[in-house]
Design a protein around this ligand. Sequence first.
Ligand code: ZN
Length: 311
Amino acid sequence: MRLYINDVAVRDGFQIEPRFIPTAAKVELIDHLSRTGLHKVEVTSYVSPKAVPALADNNDVLAGIERVPGVVYVALVPNIRGVQNAAAAPKKADEVNGVISASETHNRANINRTHEQSMGELPTMVKIAHEAGMKITMSLSTTFGCPFEGHVAEDVVLRFVERFREMGLDGISLADTTGMANPRQVEELTRKVLARFPAPDETYYTLHFHNTRGMGLANVIAGIAAGVRSFDGSLGGLGGCPFAPGATGNICTEDMVNMLEDMGYDTRVDLAKLIACARMVPELVGHDVPGQVMKAGVTMHLHELPENLRP
Ligand code: ZN
């Protein structure tokens, strides 16, 4: 079964790093990532440089990277202003990704907008993106739980999906940025979404998990069981959540690919190349990262026999 793997490290991971990753280093990493077989690479965001100085070089990154055919280059846009800036870039992203939280409190904390303000802006965002020749997708964060409000009602999630579909979005990501999802919940809720609003293509729905409580990869398996084929990860497991102190980041892309390939899924990702990319990350950010396969080696990385067992 074909699965589609997206990496968000350069945006989701680098945005919270205290150290500014030089533009040339970002470009080099993205150029390597582009050649691993990933479906999408999220390369930057159009957020106020005051709020996220780490990604203030958005235009330079997009202008500097080499576009590998078949790879979708994505930029995050939190509002109309963000889409306008993304549309005005000398070299545009192929796709912009907006974000809204299923929980009103989290939406206000994250992007300082009520639900109605966010939804009210969306048709304009879609129009600007499409007129600029960019696709536009939406991430629905706190789909599986909110750190302020707790459980998010399934009907709320379904209603958001319905409205996104009506507004002509090119894709929807169900996101668990605070790591509150569990596999049973993922399978049940995702099944309902796909049954009510069937996917027009294999990559329309994406699942975005964080490994905050160690359930990230289990949630991927639950998502596959429910019918989703597209998954986000972050190189080395980089990332976090500003509203969940102590929280670990996204699930690790190369750990996910190693698992999926071992299970017989077809990710089209060259794992050795991806691990080589992951091994660039600790030096770039100046600290260790949570990725496991980059340290342990792939599953079939066999060890030499202990001396007493050698023939
Ligand atoms: Zn994330």
